[in-house]
Design a protein around this ligand. Sequence first.
Ligand code: AMP
Length: 297
Amino acid sequence: MIVFTEIAALKAHLRTERFAAAHEGKVLQVGFVPTMGYLHEGHASLLRYARKNNDLVVLSIFVNPIQFGPNEDFDRYPRDPDKDKHLAEREGVDVIFLPSVEEMYPQPTKTIVRVEELTERLCGAARPGHFDGVTTVVSKLLHIVSPNRAYFGQKDAQQAAVVAQMVNDLNMDVEIVPCPIVREEDGLALSSRNVYLEPEQRQAALVLSRSLRDAEQTVRENDQITAGEIFRQITRSIALEPAAQIDYVEISYFPSLIALPDSMSVKDAEGDILIAVAVKFGATRLIDNIILAKEVS
Ligand code: AMP
């Protein structure tokens, strides 16, 4: 495993690897997993998908300042590059890209990649500018690595949809591979931010996955249940948790992220449905979601 901190050195290495493969008559397949580090089993699962389907696996670890709002947790976002390297080694990563902020942004970027509409709701409404930061950095990273496939977790379903839209709109030559959410045994979706939670908040945070599971069950059992009723069921259940403060509960078509009308029966809706929640526990904001695929709903 090689660790690069410089863009030029990483590009040169990837060029050499591609050239060597071409020399043997092969096209090197590169799988890429972009992260902000403080790796956990959710990230590990993406690395495993990448390892399985590519010749070379590149992991990037970069806490991207331009996707954090002024009052968000950029400075205190957890970082542990040594531990991350061990996990990466264990998962058979070939290359880690670990740039500094100065390497990625030697001067403030004057180019912003923005995906319209998809970024205006859910996390985009609560975090203005966040997705511009994400699409700009992901675009830079995709240009640097030029992977055949890039792996994104459905934990950040809106992010996966936004990146897929960007890649499609800009004719980028990469396949965006969405990967399922990895959870703790008790249901809590793994997140680097879970370390912020006090023990009581950690317990209270189970309301996210529980309310989503209950909603799925309700949809299964009731043909007529409407989006509005599901919304109220989830908000009621989260409101019972005194430590929880709802940021949003949204029921939308996926991946368009267009809201279902309140009166629409969830089962009758065309296509996949995303039920997404964002809830604050003190200063810590957690997100979770469930996608009801057409076969299920
Ligand atoms: P982050 O380091 O939080 O920016 O996440 C990097 C990638 O890992 C993103 O594509 C996330 O969606 C994905 N990811 C984070 N947590 C999970 C999880 N619990 N299950 C699956 N993927 C995840």
